[in-house]
Design a protein around this ligand. Structure first.
Ligand code: LMR
Length: 333
């Protein structure tokens, strides 16, 4: 008798959808690698606040910032395995998934300003890139802005010759690898959580990042010179494990979509100011020297990095380059 009851309970449990089965809330783990006091960190907290509110606590969002749960590469593997449900990696980090096309966004001097970037991501390119993720069991929900990269080392970086022989940390993109090689540097992929120590101990000589990351990771304390070059752009794709997302009860999923849409607007609305404020704080610290390129210096960087454009086709393919070129109304190669 007992066995029959147990067996039927087990059968009911197996058949019941996750939401009806669990007494507690659905837990959504959101892992990321930056500090909470950054555009992405604040965006994640906003999503948590809204998701829990709109689902009346039926969903609990657990945020793990600052690589506290997983580092760069691990978190993407964990998402595929379902050990974590949501991430917002830089789009420069998608190659290990077999989706290199995102790296088109890393082309140097591609977006002339923030408005150009924001408009471009509203167009077909963003959707096209997300479709590429589907085959990998990953669903793209939104693009979150950070801002333009600066470059740093322990010497002023003003002309291409200044880059000669420098070991430079990059986050993952082969496009960045290529433009640093064009400048005569030796790029090296390294997880974000390891960068501070690598700069401090001289494992690498320099790197590139946004002001908010320079400030919150204290990179500026171990780099004598930062060039406010704004030569490339850093943006994130908020992604979820498709099986988890599609398995959610539809009413819950639509509340989460609403929370994500609002968190996205919020993040994208604060990104520029967050980075402006961070740059101001770095300036005030007096711990590093900020350099601004003259028009001639900028032109020299652009000319030196130009070969990356011709090379990019073999890496990301013509299709995405055409889409980006059309969106920005520019000629690629
Ligand atoms: C980096 O690794 O430099 C960045 O992608 C970190 C981040 O998520 O902003």
């Amino acid at each position: 008798m007992h066995k029959i009851i147990l067996a039927s309970v087990a059968a009911v449990l197996l058949l019941a959808p996750a939401s009806a089965m669990a007494d507690g809330p659905i837990v959504l783990k959101f892992s990321h690698v930056v500090a909470e006091d950054t555009p992405k960190g604040k965006g994640a907290l906003k999503f948590k606040e809204l998701a829990e509110k709109y689902t009346n606590g039926k969903v609990k969002v657990e945020i793990y910032p600052n690589s506290s749960l997983y580092k760069d590469k691990e978190e993407i593997e964990a998402l595929q395995l379902g050990s974590v449900q949501m991430l917002a990696p830089s789009t420069a980090k998608f190659a290990p998934l077999g989706v290199k096309e995102f790296e088109a966004l890393d082309l140097p001097w591609l977006f002339k300003d923030e408005a150009t970037y924001a408009n471009a991501m509203k167009g077909p390119v963003g959707k096209w890139l997300f479709q590429k993720l589907e085959a990998k069991g990953i669903t793209g929900l939104a693009y979150w802005d950070n801002g333009f990269h600066m470059m740093s080392a322990n010497r002023p970086l003003l002309m291409p010759a200044d880059f000669q022989g420098l070991k430079i940390r990059i986050s993952g993109s082969k496009i960045a690898d290529r433009y640093f090689r064009d400048l005569g540097s030796i790029p090296q992929i390294m997880a974000f959580s390891e960068v501070y120590q690598a700069l401090q101990t001289g494992v690498v000589d320099g790197g590139e990042n946004t002001a908010s990351n320079y400030l919150t990771q204290k990179f500026y304390e171990v780099q004598k010179d930062i060039t406010v070059s704004y030569h490339a752009h850093l943006q994130y794709a908020v992604i979820v494990n498709s099986k988890f997302w599609n398995g959610l009860p539809p009413d819950i999923r639509s509340e989460l979509e609403k929370a994500m849409a609002e968190a996205t607007d919020y993040t994208n609305s604060i990104a520029v100011k967050e980075n402006d404020d961070a740059l101001e704080a770095i300036k005030k610290s007096g711990k590093t020297t900020l350099h601004y390129l003259t028009d001639d210096q900028r032109k020299a960087w652009q000319d030196a990095m130009r070969p990356t454009y011709g090379w990019a086709k073999g890496r990301v393919g013509q299709e995405v380059l055409d889409l980006v070129a059309k969106e920005l109304d520019i000629k690629m190669n």
